[in-house]
Design a protein. Structure first.
Length: 437
């Protein structure tokens, strides 16, 4: 009997990608094959995103395409928390589940296409099936979020913070490193809140007690011999402790912190921490402890009620903070978000567009200056793509897909996953260029 074939679409953030990996691992463990195309597959699963309107539209489009090309479609993910929206656009979907509903997804798959499992032949690697390249992997440490930012509906979609037990996270990380993963990208909705929900419960790892806590997590991961990169870190006071690990070299000197804005008024309307002056002081102190620290962040311009003065405050703050990498989003209203109920004046589209361009121009200048610091240095570079003697990789200051690259010329062929020392010869606003000579 031929194994049933499932086509899979994964949309949204790295946290959703981890959900997809877990579902695919379950499918492969039960004997299902993963098809590259909808046409000819026995079933399609679409893991959706529903955070902003453009993401919802992309998800609904992917569902419609799957219905058209295959006809048998199961929908999961964040948009699955709004089944009425999905059924209105695509009434023929077989089943709809919310995010992290692995058992419900598998039950729907079993009903639509029963497995043809044969334990004698089905082999799954210990680390599970990954959708990332072999040399790096996302490590999700928790689900949900207990913050109540006015522009965000993640808690409504994914629930409050639910931390994974630390020994479970470390076992997964250990399997990944044993399988050849060179870089662990730690992700969640609020990484530095890890363990708060379980009161930093203790567990046993390698005959010693560890706490379900951000610091313990970073320290233990740093002992595994892989690059450890921390994403989605809110600037709680205890983050300062992890900077010491970065200075020691056990964790990459990289912080991904979603500051979102700098104006006190806008931050209060966003329901975000509003003392950015104190944040500037902490950034200065972090860089004193770990001088090569790279900080990336995300910002929103055009939030309802944002004035020109608020926006100028943001630009001034950027000039002082000297963030290494920054992403900027033009505000989009999200159905169900509290921001819709604040009664604030919407910022016109043309002003949002203008502010986005002004932000990006300012940050481009800052990024270019920050990158020039590396010219003349020899830096370790993790190779992501290779064409023999030319390759593209990343330093410890850059995460895959969202930050910059290093374009490398080499005297010997380089392989994907190699970590090589590169002499940096030049820099622009985003990337570095160098050679291994």
């Amino acid at each position: 009997m031929n194994a049933p074939r499932v086509s899979f679409v994964s949309l949204g953030c790295p946290k959703a990608l981890v959900d997809s990996e877990r579902i695919i691992t379950r499918l492969r463990a039960e004997g299902y094959e993963i098809a590259r195309k909808h046409d000819g597959a026995d079933l399609v699963i679409v893991n959706t995103c529903g955070f902003i309107d453009s993401a919802r539209d992309e998800s609904l489009g992917a569902i419609s395409e799957a219905i058209k090309e295959n006809g048998k479609v199961i929908v999961t993910g964040c948009l699955g928390a709004e089944p009425d929206v999905i059924r209105k656009a695509n009434p023929d979907v077989l089943a709809i589940t919310g995010p992290q509903a692995y058992e419900s997804v598998m039950a729907a798959v079993h009903e639509a296409v029963p497995p043809a499992h044969d334990a004698r032949f089905d082999l799954i690697p210990p680390q599970g099936v990954k959708l990332t390249p072999r040399h790096y992997a996302y490590l999700k440490i928790s689900e949900g979020c207990s913050n109540r930012c006015s522009f965000c509906i993640i808690p409504a979609l994914r629930g409050d913070l639910a931390s994974r037990p630390l020994p479970d996270v470390l076992r997964e990380a250990e399997k990944l490193v044993a399988a050849g993963v060179k870089e662990l990208l730690v992700i969640s909705q609020d990484t530095s809140a890890y363990g708060i929900d379980v009161k930093y419960a203790e567990g046993l790892w390698q005959n010693r007690t560890v706490r379900t806590k951000f610091l313990d997590l970073a320290r233990e991961l740093g002992r595994m011999g892989a690059w450890v990169r921390l994403h989605y870190v809110y600037p709680y006071p205890h983050v300062d402790e992890v900077i010491e690990l970065m200075a020691e070299g056990s964790v990459l000197p990289y912080l991904d912190i979603p500051f979102q804005h700098a104006s006190t008024a806008v931050l209060k309307n966003m329901r975000r921490p509003a003392n950015q002056e104190k944040v500037l002081e902490r950034i200065r102190r972090w860089r004193e402890i770990a001088p090569d620290l790279a900080i990336r962040s995300t910002f929103i311009v055009g939030f309802p009620g944002e004035t020109e003065e608020d926006f100028e405050t943001l630009l001034d703050w950027l000039d002082e903070a000297r963030i290494d990498r920054a992403g900027c989003f033009k505000y989009e209203p999200v159905a169900g978000a509290r921001a819709n109920e604040l009664g604030l004046e919407p910022v016109p589209d043309e002003i949002r567009e203008s502010r986005w361009h002004r932000f990006m121009a300012r940050q481009q200048t800052i990024s270019a200056a920050r990158l020039k610091r590396h010219v003349g240095k020899r830096l370790p570079v993790l190779i992501d793509q290779s064409d023999g003697l030319t390759a593209t990789g990343r330093t410890k200051y850059d995460a895959p897909e969202i930050d910059g690259n290093v374009h490398v010329s080499a005297r010997r062929p380089l392989r994907v996953g190699d970590i090589v020392t590169v002499r940096i010869n030049s820099a622009d606003a985003y990337d570095l260029t160098g050679d291994t000579a």
